[in-house]
Design a protein around this ligand. Sequence first.
Ligand code: FE2
Length: 305
Amino acid sequence: MDIENLGYWVLGVADVKAWASFAHEVVGMQAGSVEADGSLALRADGYRQRILLLPHADDDILEVGWEFATPNELTAFITRLKAAGVAVEEAGEQARKQRRVRRLFWCADPAGGFRHGFYYGADLAADYEPFRPGAGTGAGFETGPLGLGHFVAITKDYEASVAFYRDVLQLRVSDFIREKVAPDKEIELTFFHTRTGRHHSLAVGSVASSSKRTSHLMLQYKRMDDVGLAYDRCVRAGHTIVMALGHHPNDRMFSFYVKTPSGFALELGYGGIVIDDAQWSIVTHPKRSDWGHELFPRDAALRPA
Ligand SMILES: [Fe+2]
């Protein structure tokens, strides 16, 4: 009854059209059209929808969707959540349709201000409407069993968040980063993976690096050239590069970070590792980046974890 992977994000954004053109022309996702309720769906692969944009003043993440492989695993997980004292609500037909899933439950994140969705049965459009990348080499995104990508949650209570993700959601600890960022300031990050092993689907830090609920979302390309091509498109279109090209020591991701139209960052990367739990040992890394990821001073406050 483990979570299979991280399958979707619901973002509440002030400017849906700006997001759609950023996601399509710069990131290389496929953008749908604006629905009657003002929402818009973004695709990254054969799934009918991976990011749902809702018009919302928050300009922030509203919900993250955790995918289950079978309906029985989903219901067993929900039974366990309830037994652990978590308030769980089953989503109605309208919400399920909007997220294009067959069964969906929700609970609030205890310290992050967003909602967790637990679902089964995403609408796969690959057979009747193949994914068409909006830009890049055409190779698309590394998703499939690994899920959509990863995100870093900004928490009001680091210990409570770590305990919830580890003990209640039963996400698996990947590793830690403990970095001295000033003589009197150390930050710690905990990274979590799901059953299918993307190095992390979720990370959380001890020091809030942003006023948003997430410091960044991450999408991974299948080809390294797509990172460089995306970097060029970001610079040419005048988007703010928050951190330059670099490499993380733990997930070994080659990536850069660009500011989204909502203010939080999007990491675009290549080469993140997949964890095999039978071979894996948990370590603590002393730095977030082993080279690069230079912070651009004009956006110092926005540096993602
Ligand atoms: Fe990241």
